[in-house]
Design a protein around this ligand. Structure first.
Ligand code: NAP
Length: 309
């Protein structure tokens, strides 16, 4: 697999990374088996994957701990580009977001412990708060970068305006936001600025939580947080499945999996260097890694674009 450079971070990454909210993310998915979670991370690492995305909130620290355990067992910390996120703070039994410089520094120290490492390659502010000026929040991360605790600065779920404020001093390396064929606002709101500023855009929910991987049908039901997602319910679900059917036809003509076609389509966009599909089984990780081998020609890229315009 050919590696690519991730924007101005200089990180050399396999463009197919791994999202780990289903690795120890017990607060998001019921009945997760941690052994399977560790195994899917290990399988990826042993098969050329080097970009791992986690966060404190995935299992309230448990995802980070499990990823840290696998890295220790595989003795491969220095081969991995490890991204994590923080901002959630428990107050009176509920999570709020806190971007105060002191709190972000605390988040990084806690993540370092859970991941059993002395540096984090990419630390994102997971969500904005309403109080902290965004350039001050990012200023705290710049101090941590200078101190060697983190190597690159990211923000996630910031509005276009908050991103600009965060990047006042040009310190933001990576932006992570929701983006997939069914949810394309970022093309208008974030992409132009990201391209101009050489900020790498990491799309989350690349499979729109599974539907774009092409294996759901009208009888599929959900028991986890997906049961509240409008695009997976009722009429909208049926309409989206019809679009996925058109996608499947293009995949069949090309002799590839629908899931691979989707990932390759994202990687054909300027600000996107790496994708982080989630997985619940090692086989899905192995399957997704194959997407890195697929190249779309312009005709194919536009045909997919039109289905979901
Ligand atoms: P996703 O990538 O859109 O969907 C992942 C799901 O698709 C898997 O759990 C699996 O679900 C299915 N799948 C994956 N590979 C497949 C394959 N090859 N064939 C068939 N089905 C396949 O959703 P996500 O995992 O929620 O999001 C990706 C990552 O983005 C997360 O893990 C997390 O790291 C990150 N994220 C970040 C934020 C943020 O606020 N920054 C928010 C959400 C997510 P089933 O097996 O159940 O079908």
């Amino acid at each position: 697999m050919q590696k690519t450079v991730m924007g101005k971070t200089g990180f050399e990454v396999n463009p197919i990374g791994l999202g780990t909210n289903a690795v120890g993310g017990h607060n998001l998915y019921p009945n997760l088996d941690e052994k399977v979670g560790k195994e899917l991370v290990r399988t990826g690492m042993q098969n050329g994957l080097n970009f791992i995305d986690t966060a404190f909130i995935y299992g309230e620290g448990r995802s980070e701990e499990l990823v840290g355990e696998v890295m220790k067992e595989e003795n491969n910390r220095h081969d991995m580009i490890l991204a994590t996120k923080g901002s959630h703070k428990m107050v009176d039994g509920e999570y709020i977001h806190d971007n105060h410089p002191d709190y972000l520094k605390q988040c990084v120290d806690n993540s370092l412990k859970r991941l059993q490492t002395d540096y984090i390659d990419l630390f994102y502010i997971h969500y904005p708060d309403n109080e902290t000026p965004k350039y001050e929040a990012v200023g705290a991360l710049k101090e941590l970068k200078d101190a060697g605790k983190i190597r690159a600065i990211g923000v996630s779920n910031f509005s276009a305006e908050q991103l600009r404020e965060a990047n006042t001093d040009g310190y933001v390396d990576v932006y992570q936001g929701e983006y997939n064929l069914l949810s394309r606002d970022a093309e208008r709101d974030i992409f132009p600025y990201a391209i101009e500023q050489h900020i790498s855009f990491v799309p989350y929910f690349p499979f729109a939580s599974g539907i774009l991987a092409g294996k759901y049908d009208k009888d599929t039901t959900f028991t986890d947080f997906r049961k509240n997602m409008p695009h997976l319910q009722g009429e909208q679900f049926i309409k989206n499945l019809e679009k996925v059917d058109q996608l499947k036809q293009i995949a069949d003509q090309k002799g590839v999996e629908t899931a691979h076609l989707v990932l390759a389509w994202y990687l054909g966009q300027k600000p996107i260097d790496v994708v982080i599909p989630g997985a619940k089984k090692p086989e899905q990780v192995l399957a997704n890694l194959k997407a890195g081998e697929i190249k779309l020609n312009e005709k194919e890229w536009h045909a997919i674009d039109r289905i979901f315009k």
